[in-house]
Design a protein. Structure first.
Length: 66
């Protein structure tokens, strides 16, 4: 049983090694498209809703209380 597992791992590595450059190329293309779209949205000038709103709570230290 362990021989079959080792054989499957080796086959997966060989097949994966062939596809790795293609996957990296596609990831680069997707990244460039995402950056271009983000730049276009910023340049468009249309108001957008904020993704999230955060409130900062002030805290005081013991030294400030004295």
């Amino acid at each position: 049983m362990s021989e079959i597992a080792i054989l499957l791992v080796v086959v997966a590595l060989v097949v994966g090694a062939r596809k790795l450059p293609e996957l990296a190329r596609n990831a680069g293309k997707a990244s460039r498209i995402l950056k271009a779209e983000a730049r276009e949205m910023k340049a468009d000038g249309t108001p957008r809703e904020p993704a999230a709103t955060y409130t900062v709570k002030e805290t005081r230290t013991a030294a400030e209380d004295r």
